[in-house]
Design a protein around this ligand. Structure first.
Ligand SMILES: [Zn+2]
Length: 144
């Protein structure tokens, strides 16, 4: 790694998101093995009634696991608490309420356009993406 650089991943999902299977502790172990210095767990916040993640997130449980990881990995890995909020512009009251909690990082995402999920066949057919570096719809980096 180049001098004066920092290895970070600030877009991670743990079991505090409905679609992830690894715990924060497991992911911190892997982050250390891979030489990361900073990780931020940006768990999904979804208010779209169609989304499987609706009402899944629990701030206090997440904060507790972050706290435990911060203690366990102190001096080795900086562990941050974040959220990835889907369509915050469509749910201003819920978003305002959420922001009363303390977060290190808040990531805004678009997972639905109208009634369509952005990773669905209908959307991908309508909006083909060439040159993707990542397979995940919320992490695509487009080379054009
Ligand atoms: Zn994500």
């Amino acid at each position: 790694m180049p001098e004066n650089s920092l290895a970070v991943d600030i877009h991670l999902h743990s079991t505090h998101s409905c679609d992830a299977k690894s715990t924060i502790d497991e992911m911190c172990q892997t982050a250390l093995e891979r030489g990361l210095q900073v990780v931020c767990f940006t768990e999904h916040i979804d208010w779209n009634p169609k989304d499987e993640g609706l009402n899944y997130y629990r701030y206090d449980n997440h904060a507790w696991d972050i706290h435990l990881a911060q203690q366990k990995y102190a001096g080795q890995l900086q562990v941050l608490q974040g959220v990835e909020v889907s369509e915050p512009h469509l749910y201003p009251k819920e978003f305002e309420q959420l922001l009363k909690n303390r977060f290190d990082f808040v990531l805004g995402s678009v997972h639905y356009v109208g009634a369509s999920w952005v990773g669905g066949k209908e959307m991908l057919d309508a909006w083909p993406i060439d040159g993707c570096l990542a397979d995940r719809t919320d992490l695509r980096v487009i080379l054009r």
